[in-house]
Ligand binder design. Structure first.
Ligand SMILES: Nc1ncnc2c1ncn2[C@@H]1O[C@H](COP(=O)(O)OP(=O)(O)OP(=O)(O)O)[C@@H](O)[C@H]1O
Ligand SMILES: [Mg+2]
Length: 178
């Protein structure tokens, strides 16, 4: 995984694979510290062993690398990765921090592209994306509203994809994630 956008794609994919249909992603960037959290209502992890590369529910190969690689990418910069189960019913909460001024930090990559691609592959997921600016949360993207526009026929997939790309690009730029 070459950049932070690839890691975010992977953790979103983990939520979808765990049958989540409500996913909330939050992003903040302050003084060279990139922070990201994700909360889902999927089946939930069993424990911290998910950070072990040999733990996977994949059917195609026996190792899962997404989380161990993200943990390494974060810790290499003095940051961290935390993951926990919400409660007995399930759900997962994950957060990570990367110090982007560290020599080993990966670049951001194209996050706006990641989000627009995800809408094309999983428009049915209730994904909400917030950015945290000056301590306040701003909702910048809500898939369920966009899905409705598709159903009503007022917009098509390509228009929505462009809309997602342009809005998220602009919003991320406003917190210097470029
Ligand atoms: N949000 C989540 N909800 C439930 N289980 C999860 C979640 N994220 C990860 N897991 C569990 O942790 C395992 C390890 O995740 P990880 O991303 O490291 O590997 P993977 O998704 O199995 O494979 P890869 O990311 O290499 O394609 C998953 O197989 C899954 O069982
Ligand atoms: Mg994964």
């Amino acid at each position: 995984m070459k950049d932070i956008a690839d890691h975010i794609f992977d953790i979103l994919e983990n939520s979808f694979n765990a049958e989540a249909n409500e996913v909330v992603l939050k992003i903040a960037y302050d003084k060279n510290h990139f922070f990201c959290s994700i909360s889902d209502n999927g089946r939930g992890i069993t424990g911290q062993e998910v950070l072990d590369p040999f733990v996977t529910t994949r059917k195609t190969r026996r190792i899962g690398l997404g989380l161990p690689l993200l943990e390494r990418a974060a810790e290499d910069t003095g940051g961290y990765l935390k993951i926990r189960r919400k409660d007995e019913a399930g759900g997962t909460e994950l957060e990570f921090k990367i110090n982007t001024s560290h020599i080993d930090a990966k670049p951001f990559g194209d996050l706006a592209m990641t989000f627009s691609d995800i809408f094309l592959s999983r428009p049915d997921i209730g994904l909400k994306i917030f950015i945290i600016k000056e301590g306040r949360e701003h909702l910048i993207l809500d898939f369920s509203g966009l899905q409705k526009e598709i159903e009503e026929g007022s917009k098509d997939y390509l228009q929505i994809r462009k809309h997602i790309y342009e809005t998220t690009k602009k919003e991320l730029k406003s917190i210097n994630v470029v």
